[in-house]
Design a protein around this ligand. Structure first.
Ligand code: SAM
Ligand code: SF4
Length: 336
């Protein structure tokens, strides 16, 4: 942590990473049961009173904004199933200092909420989709909902959201034969398709044996589709390595937490739905904000907890394909 010239305290960790991006899980509840995210034997839900209220999230986001956080992603669980989400989006996009608010959703309720989300000030959306085959989609998520998701994706594009990102977690033998079909989505439409390496983090359905597919193998499979032209990174870019097929309207990208760590440039903090601040997705170190906040902590006290989390942000994670590091907190509480 450091003082900047404008005398404003900013969140800069001991490795000189400037933390400007807060991912907020607004609920641990979800209408899907994706094999890579939810344990097979059912999930333990947080008690209603243990989930941060919208007011609490707004207060913490305001404090984060004073510390230089300017980019927010709303995630979950499934953010679109929380009551009042559209009004909440309108309030968070209006917070001083917040320049960019985006959403990660499974897309099931996207179509019906699109216009409200747009009017609330949201401009970009990430939609998770792991198969374009109806039966397989149901096998992966537990719900026969592919049509809803596809309608949501198309609707988002037509409503002018940009970019509309499609996130595919690629798993060996389960959906890796579809990577070409997903990449093709970027040819005629301005979709940004992201291939994500599956992370063995132990919150998954143990009935299914899952293996990641290295991004290098996906790239090799895609080579037949055309020349992949690298897209230069800009400062707002996340961890994706980006390409465009020559002449394509959209782009593709690879997020490779296992085979190509992006830890050195990680600028994120995560706020869990239970009100803990998590400096790294893959480390169980967390700082409690909810407890102190509900016991009357001042903004200054809460700000110190943000500093503590920044100070404790690990240099790198140690997850490998073989290690299957179990997280003590469910992915749906953390938000991915
Ligand atoms: N429900 C929303 C959705 O699915 O988009 C938001 C929450 S979800 C936890 C956020 C992201 O985490 C999704 O894109 C999902 O695919 C990803 N994810 C969950 N578990 C994962 C795992 N084990 N490996 C890689 N990505 C994972
Ligand atoms: Fe729900 Fe998203 Fe997890 Fe799937 S990945 S179970 S949609 S939280």
């Amino acid at each position: 942590m450091k003082k900047m010239e404008n005398n404003h305290m900013q969140l800069i960790d001991p490795y000189n990473r400037h933390l400007k991006y807060l991912r907020i899980s607004i609920t641990d509840r979800c209408n899907l049961r994706c094999v890579y995210c939810m344990p097979g034997g059912g999930i333990s839900k947080l008690r209603h009173e243990d989930i941060l209220t919208y007011e609490e999230i707004l207060r913490l986001t305001g404090i984060a904004a004073d510390l230089g956080i300017d980019k927010i992603r709303l995630t979950g669980g499934e953010p679109l199933i929380r009551k009042g989400i559209c009004d909440f989006i309108a309030r968070i996009t209006a917070l001083a200092g917040i320049k960019d608010v985006s959403l990660t959703t499974n897309g099931i309720f996207l179509m019906e909420k699109l216009e409200k989300i747009k009017s609330a000030g949201m401009k970009r959306i990430n939609i998770s989709l792991d198969s374009l085959k109806r039966d397989r989609y149901k096998k992966i998520t537990g719900l026969d909902g592919l049509e809803n998701v596809l309608a949501g994706i198309e609707g988002a594009r037509q409503s002018g959201f940009y970019p509309v990102k499609i996130n595919m977690v690629v798993m060996e033998g389960l959906n890796d034969d579809e990577v070409l079909d997903f990449a093709r989505l970027s040819l005629d439409h301005p979709y940004h398709v992201r291939f994500i390496e599956y992370m063995p983090i132990g919150t998954t359905n143990t009935d299914v044996l899952l293996h990641h597919v290295p991004s290098s193998s996906i790239k090799a499979k895609l080579a037949g589709l055309g020349r992949m032209v690298p897209i230069e990174k800009d400062t707002n870019d996340g961890p994706a390595e980006r390409f465009r097929f020559e002449g394509a309207a959209g782009e593709i990208g690879f997020i490779s937490p296992l085979t190509h760590h992006f830890c050195p440039t990680c600028n994120r903090l995560r706020l869990t739905s239970s009100g803990y601040l998590r400096p790294c997705l893959l480390s169980d170190q967390e700082e409690d904000l909810r407890g102190p906040m509900r016991s009357g902590a001042s903004d200054r006290d809460l700000r110190d907890i943000f500093f503590k989390a920044a100070f404790n942000k690990p240099c790198t994670h140690h997850l490998t394909a073989e290690s299957s590091t179990p997280l003590s907190t469910q992915m749906s509480t953390i938000g991915g």
